[in-house]
Design a protein around this ligand. Structure first.
Ligand SMILES: *Cc1c(COP(=O)(O)O)cnc(C)c1O
Length: 439
């Protein structure tokens, strides 16, 4: 469920007319719905009924400071994958004592930063990483809390670039080696074994793979409770969202109208499937949602620059490009694209929706049926709150886009569009080059 809908023929976020946002702050601009994030957080945090749940938002999905503070105020902790992400949580004014540090390539500097900040635990991905964390903790005279990411070798049945729980992926330690890795961890003097972690992939649309993975890890969890006194089980993230029918999925009646076996995953279905498996363990549970928390809470607004009529093809050329939203180019991802001003009297036109970048991959949608649109009109990309701004770049010397947060009838700029001066601020021309000719 989300809070983007037409009121009359104007697309609104909560009760804000998105065309007003586009006119005031320009485009491309990301707009986020605080109410949708709050709903998502509450539904997921309450999904494992009666169990001790700590939600650690995986901020690689979207690390906007205002969203981090919103989630912290709701009670969320965080899952970070770099020292930079840890510092963003602190910059948002949130504590990190209930937060965890994941990722296969933690540097010594990042480990030191996390230990000094007093995080909840490191989620360790290899034996050499155990040794490195032990070494840094020893230098600081501390004990580092750790959990090992165990790879259950299940097929998450999602896109190949975002599946992580198969044995051929770079993530985690294989289940067959897990007991030995824990025994090794327990021998390090500066490590404290605290939990068990899994994360099998992203954008999972069914509960089955989660159930399968948890079921496979339960005997290990019980053994680790006995042998090492672990106190928590982290189930990772990965709950998928609706991209294909994004506008309609804002209402609960859309879900209810689908046959039960075709309903996309919901927190309620996730919780109902996993609670009976997890309750007998008596462990604290960590959830690390990224996409689920923010994807349907964001849209990207763009302006139509040209409608170019080609030979057998029409191109709708926008001022947004793959540098602003790379998911279609990178993952063949689908985003629903809708006009900010709907006009049912106009005919629909089949268009390729593209950006201005000099690459054929700068294409958001091929042969999409859209209401005929012209220069100066606006469109919104739906479900663009996750892995969208977070993956933006400056390719073609295009500044990072602006971000706006909506709450009820209010909206506020939370990230100013980058200026040209900011883009080149870190660059220098060496003195020896300045003596050369300037053609
Ligand atoms: C990426 C990641 C997440 C979040 O994944 P989503 O699919 O966005 O929910 C959670 N935990 C770990 C370890 C991750 O790498």
């Amino acid at each position: 469920m989300h809070r983007f809908q037409y009121a009359g023929n104007a697309l609104h976020c909560e009760t804000v007319d998105l065309a007003a946002v586009a006119r005031l702050y320009g485009t491309p601009t990301y707009v986020y719905s605080a109410g949708t994030v709050e709903d998502n957080y509450r539904r997921l945090a309450g999904s494992l009924d009666g169990l001790d749940v700590q939600v650690c938002y995986a901020l690689k999905a979207n690390s906007n400071l205002a969203l981090l503070r919103l989630l912290a105020n709701l009670g969320a902790a965080f899952d970070f994958v770099s020292g930079g992400e840890l510092r963003r949580v602190q910059a948002a004014g949130a504590k990190v004592n209930r937060s965890v540090f994941a990722g296969v390539g933690k540097t010594e500097a990042d480990i030191r930063l996390a230990l000094e900040a007093g995080i909840f635990a490191f989620h360790v991905e290899s034996e050499p990483e155990l040794a490195r964390i032990n070494h840094v903790a020893g230098q600081l005279g501390r004990k580092a809390p750790v959990a090992i990411r165990v790879n259950p070798d299940v097929d998450a049945r999602t896109h190949a670039k975002i599946t992580t729980g198969k044995s051929e992926n770079k993530f985690g330690i294989p289940l067959a080696f897990a007991a030995a890795a824990y025994a090794a961890a327990a021998k390090f003097p500066h490590l404290e074994v605290k939990g068990l972690q899994m994360h099998i992939g992203s954008q999972l649309t069914a509960v089955g793979p989660f159930f399968e993975a948890v079921e496979k890890l339960i005997p290990l969890a019980q053994q680790l409770q006995r042998d090492h006194g672990i106190t928590y089980f982290s189930l990772g993230g990965g709950i998928g969202v609706v991209y294909q029918d994004a506008l309609a999925s804002g209402s609960s009646s859309w879900w209810e109208a689908l046959p039960p076996d075709q309903r996309p995953i919901t927190p309620e279905a996730y919780g109902a499937a996993l609670t009976p498996l997890l309750r007998p363990l008596g462990l604290k549970l960590l959830l690390e949602p990224g996409r689920f928390m923010v994807a349907n809470a964001g849209v990207l607004l763009a302006r139509v620059e040209y409608l170019k009529r080609g030979q057998g093809r029409n191109f709708l050329i926008l001022d947004a490009a793959m540098n602003d939203l790379v998911r279609p180019a990178m993952y063949d991802a689908y985003h629903e694209i809708v006009p900010l001003q709907r006009d049912t009297s106009r005919r629909a036109l089949k268009v390729d929706v593209v950006g201005p970048i000099c690459e054929s991959s700068d294409c958001f949608a091929k042969e999409r049926m859209l209401q005929e649109l012209g220069e100066g009109e606006y469109v919104a990309f739906l479900s663009a709150g996750a892995y969208s701004f977070a993956m933006a770049s400056r390719y073609n010397v295009r500044p990072l886009p602006a971000e706006v947060l909506v709450r009820g009838s209010n909206f506020e700029l939370v990230t100013a569009r980058e200026s040209f001066e900011q883009m080149i601020a870190g660059e220098r021309i060496p003195a020896w080059l300045k003596q050369g000719n300037q053609a």
